[in-house]
Design a protein around this ligand. Structure first.
Ligand code: PEP
Ligand code: CO
Length: 463
């Protein structure tokens, strides 16, 4: 997948931790993980996972870290996006291709508009575990364990379906590998070739309110590519491929632990199930199991930062996860909500800046803006998502820090889950094609619109 660039050892290495093992998280309080009824079956599934091939390599992981370090310095912009949760059933050719198409189209808009290379990170090939607000779900007086994502149990409301099954980890690994394999083949086969952006067209693109803008941009890029190649007298191979990386919330630690390995020519332990794991907001307690696990792996990592995090707590997190201040090691994904960001973010930006810590600031404009409609849908308003991103740019500019990327929940399908956008989806529209079993995602048009408004906002700020 990614073309591996040379990494200078001194910049990317952190010393091996002698007080850490892939299992040391087990002695810390762990939340949001299932209690498996059969410990022997769990251990057997973990043993099997340990023998299966890894999904990514340490070289790819370090090459991503290098790109994230460049994003920290303002030389790149991070686009991280995908489903709230993948499901085993949706591991299909169309879903994967459409998701990739949207991410490629968005990154094209960003590269063209920001005049910066984009770091492309999919929220897929492993995004199967979900935190839940309650351990139990009650329907008509019957209480069962909550659905925690396909890697843990099944959403059907029966006792058997909801029982955590460790064999699901093997299936999640296999589905992740299939997803990754297909993405790698598409990219290696020229799917991301800038000479052929028409490969990324989705069926309904012509009816999109953004179609004309997008087509104009593609035509401009095509002209520029032809012009440059004519001048150079040769085809530019570097335009034929892109780097693509994966990420997921590393929530289910028995799974992550079993994918954590040493590799022949690098120090330390790598989580080889994904390039860029993150810690969710509900599992980021400083003394918790997830912090303990994350501090010892060599991957670049990120943490979700919600409105209740204080500057002191944030600095403790930064110290725990990146004590040596390694460039590209740590992303902080703020997700405050459009109504809270102005009051909560500035103190955090100031604290990190005051301490001179190196982090990549990323805005998740989705998770602080979730609400329920009167007709019972969990949704998000496009206007709030847009407002949180725009405020984030302004607040970073005011603090003298840099917003280096965005983290989005989106899909290549034409779903109706978020309200608003150019087509002005209403509560009635939500009934038409609401598919998410968890959080509402931007559909194709809304996602492309977000990329365009990021470009517009940055352009307005530079002017
Ligand atoms: C998520 O990213 O799907 C999620 C649960 O986010 P958060 O941890 O920010 O609530
Ligand atoms: Co979500």
């Amino acid at each position: 997948m990614p073309a591996v660039s040379a990494i200078t050892a001194s910049r990317s290495e952190s010393p091996e931790r002698t007080d850490w093992t892939p299992f040391s998280w087990r002695s810390r309080p762990g939340v949001q993980m299932p209690v498996y009824p059969d410990a022997t079956a769990l251990a057997a599934a973990q043993d099997e996972l340990r023998t299966l091939p890894p999904l990514v390599t340490s070289r790819e992981i370090l090459s991503l870290q290098q790109q994230l370090a460049e994003a920290q310095e303002g030389k790149r912009f991070l686009l991280q996006g995908g489903d709230c949760a993948e499901t085993f059933a949706e591991c299909s050719s169309d879903t994967i291709t459409n998701r990739l198409k949207v991410l490629l189209q968005m990154s094209l808009v960003l590269v063209h508009g920001l005049k910066l290379p984009v770091v492309r990170v999919g929220r897929f090939a492993g995004q199967y575990a979900k935190p839940r607000s309650a351990d139990l779900e009650t329907r008509d007086g019957v209480s069962l364990p909550s659905y925690r994502g396909d890697i843990v149990n099944s959403p059907d409301f029966t006792a058997t379906a909801r029982e955590p099954d460790p064999r699901r980890m093997i299936k999640a690994h296999a589905r992740s590998a299939m997803t990754m394999n297909f993405v790698r083949s598409l990219i290696d086969g020229g799917f991301a070739d800038l000479h052929h952006p028409e490969f990324w067209e989705l069926g309904w693109v012509e009816q999109s309110p953004h179609a004309a803008d997008y087509q104009r941009m593609v035509a401009n890029i095509g002209d520029a590519v032809r012009f440059t190649e004519t001048l150079a007298g040769r085809k530019m191979q570097s335009l034929s491929r892109v780097d693509f990386y994966t990420s997921h919330e590393a929530l289910l630690l028995p799974y992550e632990e079993a994918q954590t390995r040493r590799v022949p020519r690098a120090d330390g332990w790598f989580n080889l199930s994904t390039h860029f794991p993150w810690i969710g907001m509900r599992t980021a307690a400083p003394e918790g199991a997830h912090l303990e696990y994350f501090r010892g792996i060599r991957n670049p990592v990120a943490v979700k930062v919600g409105p209740s995090v204080t500057p002191d707590a944030l600095l403790r997190l930064v110290d725990a996860l990146n004590p040596e201040d390694v460039p590209g090691r740590l992303g902080l994904i703020h997700r405050m909500g459009a109504g809270h960001i102005a009051e909560t973010l500035p103190a955090l930006l100031d604290a990190v800046k005051r301490e001179g810590r190196r982090v990549l600031w990323i805005c998740d404009p989705m998770h602080g803006n979730t609400e329920s409609t009167s007709n019972g849908y969990k949704t998000r308003r496009f206007a709030n998502i847009r407002s949180e991103i725009e405020q984030a740019f302004d607040l970073h500019a005011a603090a003298g820090t840099r917003l280096g990327g965005v983290h989005l929940e989106m899909t290549g399908e034409n779903v109706t889950e978020c309200l608003g956008g150019a087509r002005e989806l209403t509560e009635i529209d939500l009934q038409r094609d609401y598919r998410s079993t968890v959080d509402p995602r931007l559909n194709y048009e809304q996602a492309l619109e977000i990329a365009m408004l990021i470009v517009k906002k940055r352009g307005a700020m530079a002017a």
